[in-house]
Ligand binder design. Sequence first.
Ligand SMILES: [Zn+2]
Length: 255
Amino acid sequence: MFRKIRIAILLLVLLFVALNTLTESVYPKQWRDSIQVALYPVNADGSEAAANYVNSLQQSDFEKIETFFDAQAHEYGLHVDRPFRFTLAPALNSVPPLINEHHGRMDIMWWSLKLRWFAWRIPKPPGPMVRIRMFLLYHDPARATQLPDSTGLQKGLLGIAHLFASDQQNGSNQVVLAHELLHTLGATDKYDLSNNQPNDPDGYAEPDKQPLLPQEQAELMAGRIPISTTQAVQPDSLRQVVIGPLTAREINWLK
Ligand SMILES: [Zn+2]
């Protein structure tokens, strides 16, 4: 009896995953229209600072990211007006499932399933059909100087961005959000995971620059501006960021 129930539950879970993967991981082969992205702010640490910040957020706060992608897409000859369009959804009352730093393969699978289940139950905002959903987890900068790693999942078209609840960090928050957003479309990291140094040449904004170092801008999926062979700094805003050719190819901006 119990065995049958267990098998039935397992089959239901598998069915959910299969249907969810079919409907939620379709990404554009051709960029004809804008992709609609819903942004769900969350107070990540339960602090008053994060609560106030989340309450103060407005749709227009994210416009700079739309214009950044628009300008970058035009560099690659794309004829779509704003490849991404954001809708700020109402704040969530609960934090989405997170994964701790020391995880194995099974933990990641289980967490990904829980996150997709969490996302599936949240209503999509009204308006054009939302394709990608990003959870914006705001933290009080007075409590945490370093934030957990953010994630973007291609399967499920979901992302979790850990951000600072501070206007001063608005620029770097936008870089994090833009980076995770492209992960959901299959863009890969272009830095060395052991020391955060951008990969040469794919993680360099100007791989042909003479002298090569220091660079002045960051490649979005490298996330940092290489200063020397052992040093790289985080950009303060998207003005210091470009999308390199390999990233452009991964998201089908470049054939
Ligand atoms: Zn990344």
